[in-house]
Design a protein around this ligand. Structure first.
Ligand code: DSN
Length: 478
């Protein structure tokens, strides 16, 4: 029998879906079972609340709402206006921002909205003024051609990928790398930390239009006050992508110089990582960029997803509750306990530890590539992802690192004692795995040797560790 409203809601939804395509209902149930059983250490994942998940499955999905609150290209958007305004209000209050735009469907979308807002403000608006035109449609063909070239000829300075930066910060395989001439700042090879003097030097030499801070695999804090000073010294717009650590900002673990909102001209985020909301993005900024940001749809984005904005409003309301600060603090305590447990057992960690929610293990210390380590851990019920380390000898595909993060397990209720057990399980697997050989007898970067009995034993231990911390305990799917 269902135990409560959450269980009833999810069971009913599955019954309805099962009546149309039972294989989808089965896959949804299987996903919950898999998530319940695995030790989820992917630094960018979490478990959203039942209220957040349920807010996404409803009639808002059927509504077109291009434009922004009160200024839509479609009629009948009054209820979408309500949820978008609520989500934006919660985001503003939570982060202390003067403006919030909650339509981006993902982190890359949020970054694209921010890039185009900056380009519109810094390049397009002055060009229109010079041509005495009010709108791009009023430009002559020659002026329009010149503006397009100017827009495509701007510079961005961001953190290098192997230091932990993100592909969307101007790297060639991403659209941002085709939009901007990009240079990277790395980290100090001796400490693995951002060297602000080197960033300042790179900014002086390169004179970027945009200085970006933010990361997906850097296990330390960044001083945003110093980064803003660097941006100001060269006339750059300072943008922070806080997708990974938004929950730590929301939970007031990152404050003062480490809170990006008071220092950056524009801040982007996802909503589903440490912030624990639905899959999506958002942008925060001051009044100077607000109008341009609000043009995100249809400038960059397809039609808004009102059902996801409803879920963002719910999750952001949750993050404003006092207990979210305790959750955020525990994420970092857990990451530090995990790091200490690994170091004590002899693991090599990039930067020697962590200040945030993630730990980057340099698995060359175990004689493995990241790919071998990732698969061996997966065989043992531990879900992680491989990641490059600074100056990685194995490149971006095989890599030399394993990135682990604590937001998801912290949501489940695991604490520092369980992190020590987790460190033991990870170290056991990695120290008992060896690199395999290719068909010609040469060292393989993908093959590995791990006793299946050991993998099974660790899987069982991982399951046992999780039994005391049930996931969605009030949801029974029968
Ligand atoms: N995919 C996200 C991550 O895992 O960090 C970033 O895009």
């Amino acid at each position: 029998m269902p135990r409560n409203a959450e269980s009833t809601a999810f069971r009913s939804a599955l019954e309805v879906i099962r009546g149309v395509e039972p294989r989808v209902a089965d896959a949804i149930g299987a996903e919950l079972a898999d998530q319940r059983e695995s030790l989820k250490l992917i630094a960018s994942e979490n478990y959203a609340s039942p209220a957040t998940l349920l807010a996404m499955g409803n009639w808002f999905s059927d509504k077109y709402a291009e434009g922004t609150i009160g200024r839509r290209f479609y009629a009948g958007c009054q209820n979408v206006d309500t949820v978008e305004a609520l989500a934006a209000e919660h985001a503003r209050e939570l982060f202390g921002a003067s403006h919030a735009y909650v339509q981006p469907h993902s982190g890359i979308d949020a970054n694209l909205v921010a890039f185009w807002a900056i380009l519109a403000d810094r390049v397009e608006a002055p060009a229109l003024q010079r041509a005495q035109a009010r709108h791009v449609n009023d430009l002559t063909e020659a002026d329009w051609f010149a503006l397009r070239r100017e827009l495509g000829d701007q510079r961005m300075l961001g953190m290098s990928l192997d230091a932990g930066g993100h592909l969307t910060h101007g790297f060639r395989p991403n659209i941002s790398g085709k939009m901007f001439d990009q240079r990277s700042y790395g980290t100090d090879p001796a400490t693995g930390l951002v060297d602000y003097d080197r960033v300042a030097e790179a900014a002086r030499e390169f004179r970027p239009l945009v200085l970006v801070a933010g990361y997906s695999a850097y296990p330390r804090k960044i001083n945003f006050r110093i980064m803003r000073e660097i941006a100001d010294s060269v006339g750059a717009t300072f943008m922070v992508d806080m997708a990974h650590f938004a929950g730590l900002v929301a939970g007031k673990v990152f404050t003062g110089d480490f809170d990006p909102v008071p220092h950056a001209h524009i801040v982007t985020s996802t909503t589903h990582k440490s912030l624990r909301g639905p899959r999506g993005g958002l942008v925060l900024c001051g009044p100077e960029l607000a109008d341009q940001v609000d043009r995100g749809c249809p400038m960059v984005l397809g039609g808004p997803l009102p059902h996801v904005m409803a879920a963002k409003a719910v999750a952001l309301a949750e993050a404003r509750r006092p207990d979210f600060a305790g959750y955020a603090r525990q994420i970092v305590d857990n990451a530090q306990a995990l790091a200490e447990g690994l170091l004590r057992r002899g693991a090599k960690l990039v930067t020697g530890g962590t200040d945030n929610h993630l730990v980057l293990i340099d698995v060359t210390g175990y004689g493995l590539t990241g790919r071998q380590a990732e698969q061996a851990l997966l065989d043992s019920g531990i879900v992680t992802n491989r990641n490059a380390v600074p100056q990685d000898p194995n490149g971006a595909w095989y890599t030399s690192g394993i990135r682990i993060g604590t937001p998801a397990l912290t949501t489940r209720g695991l604490g520092t004692a369980e992190m020590d057990t987790t460190a033991e399980l990870i170290h056991t697997v990695l120290s008992q795995t060896s690199a395999g050989v290719g068909p010609d007898g040469s060292a393989s970067k993908a093959k590995y040797v791990l006793d299946p009995a050991l993998a099974d034993k660790v899987s069982r231990q991982a399951s046992e560790l999780l039994t005391g911390f049930p996931l969605y305990p009030d949801v029974e799917l029968g």
